[in-house]
Write a protein that binds this ligand. Structure first.
Ligand SMILES: [Zn+2]
Length: 163
């Protein structure tokens, strides 16, 4: 039995909010989940000073300014310099607008009793880059309960984790 669906041929009009996108105050997102404190890459905490002026050179493709290809050569586990370089690169260059980004920053707020251990499914570097740039807000895609996401990320209501 084939599990593939029939191809969709008709156009669909997708509203921005129907795609699960929110523009949220960065401050609220960092209260929910801060990649500089939570150490998502296992390289230790990263402060603004680290991101601004910390060591960002290493032997992992130092010619690649994106710092996104550390696995390409002599990978030896987490590399703090690679992560700092990647964040700094994104802060300088930016990233696609939310509606045009095939891989938006994605925040999973869970549903019901399920609370993810780390809510940022994709975009830890971009969240830190936004922090480094002192952005007021950031565009994110939401996974999980929409009302919880709005409460946490728009209203800044951390009690919404318990709802
Ligand atoms: Zn490295």
């Amino acid at each position: 039995m084939s599990l593939s669906a029939a191809p969709v041929t008709g156009a669909i009009g997708v509203r921005f909010e129907d795609r699960g996108f929110l523009q949220v105050p960065l401050e609220h997102l960092l209260d929910v989940c801060h990649p500089g404190h939570g150490d998502p890459w296992g390289v230790g905490p990263l402060s603004l000073d680290d991101l601004r002026s910390g060591e960002a050179l290493c032997t992992h493709r130092p010619d690649d300014p994106t710092g996104s290809d550390r696995s390409s050569a002599d990978a030896s586990g987490p590399c703090r310099s690679c992560e700092i370089r990647r964040v700094r690169f994104l802060a300088l260059t930016g990233w696609p607008d939310l509606a045009d980004d095939p891989h938006p920053v994605c925040i999973d707020v869970g549903v019901g009793d399920f609370v993810p251990a780390w809510p940022i499914l994709d975009g830890n570097h971009r969240v830190l880059a936004a922090w480094l740039r002192d952005d007021a807000s950031i565009g994110v895609e939401i996974a999980g309960d929409w009302d919880r996401a709005v409460a946490l990320l728009i209203d800044g209501d951390l009690t919404a984790w318990d709802d």
